[in-house]
Design a protein around this ligand. Structure first.
Ligand code: GLN
Length: 304
């Protein structure tokens, strides 16, 4: 959306559109707060101008697209459950503004914690310096959010970010540039570890938010998710654990001793994932971490 010619409309026109959009949201059971969030993102309006409706008197406001097109997209929000983040083209995540498109999963708030877990694990490790300065992999990087936040949190690390989708890699590269972290993150199109073959045994850590939804429950997800977000990033096969199982099997060859393994998973998967890590035989210090809702959401281990 941002690459379109800016369009100018009057404050009054936008005010009228906002009124209708809010009524439409209420009628369609969509949070009306989304209207103001969208206007903050695309029209540069601040909260106060929205709250006081002072923008109504402004002679002109710049939009990145014609009002009719914005309205068409908003109707898709209401009728087709298009996520509002895909209309804005961005989502806030940690301290970043992440560019998103329907080619990538919208980064979720619970995933923010994955970075804190990785950083805390490094900080308390006796190998702290070596891990901080090493090579890290973000497998299935999608929008690149995890790779970017990790590069920011571990300023001496080198990040290798992989995704099977070239559309995702293109978005992730934009996000790395926007965060001014391109020089520390290398992007690869490919299948999990495969593009990183030449770094076998050298990784200080691997982080991933892989697809983990069991195929049979995909259709029960919110329409915003199942109808608009990439299934490649969501569908984890019969039990949802195809990718996590694969990452458990393949990672020991890529991690150095003490190297960290950290993935996101869904409610109900922790016991199986812990058992798989134990049975694999190459991991130690296995831990499960909960998210802020108390759901067992992350599995951590270290290479023996
Ligand atoms: N947390 C996402 C959801 O609930 C799923 C992300 C994933 O499969 N990695 O839609």
């Amino acid at each position: 959306m941002a690459d379109q010619q800016p369009k100018e409309i009057s404050g009054l026109q936008l005010w009228q559109w906002r009124q209708a959009a809010i009524y439409g949201a209420i009628a369609a059971d969509v949070s009306p707060a989304e209207v103001d969030w969208l206007l903050q993102e695309i029209a540069g309006l601040d909260r106060l101008a929205l709250r006081l409706e002072s923008f109504k008197d402004w002679p002109q406001i710049q939009l990145p697209l014609p009002l009719a097109e914005l309205d068409l997209l908003w109707q898709k929000r209401l009728k087709e459950r298009l996520p509002v983040q895909y209309i804005a083209g961005v989502t806030p995540w940690r301290k970043f503004k992440i560019t998103v498109s329907p080619g990538v999963l919208i980064p979720r708030p619970e995933t923010e914690l994955l970075i804190d877990i990785a950083v805390a694990a490094v900080a308390k490790s006796k190998d702290k310096l070596r891990l901080q300065q090493g090579q890290w992999a973000d497998l299935g990087t999608g929008s690149g959010s995890i790779a970017i936040a990790l590069a920011d949190a571990l300023p001496e690390a080198r990040i290798h970010a992989v995704d099977y989708s070239s559309a995702a890699i293109a978005i992730a590269q934009i996000n790395a540039q926007n965060a001014k972290l391109s020089d520390r993150i290398k992007f690869y199109q490919g299948y999990w570890w495969e593009p990183l073959e030449s770094f076998k045994g050298q990784f200080s850590g691997m982080v991933s938010n892989p697809p983990y939804i069991p195929t049979s429950i995909m259709s029960t997800l919110q329409p915003e998710v199942v109808n608009h977000e990439p299934h490649l990033a969501l569908d984890g096969g019969d039990d949802g654990l195809d990718c996590i199982r694969y990452l458990i099997e393949t990672s020991p060859t890529y991690l150095k001793p003490g190297g960290m393994w950290l993935v996101e998973m869904m409610a109900g998967q922790a016991d199986t994932v812990r058992e798989m890590l134990q049975n694999q035989g190459s991991y130690c210090n296995i831990e499960i971490y909960t998210d802020l809702a108390g759901i067992e959401r992350f599995a951590f281990a270290q290479r023996l």
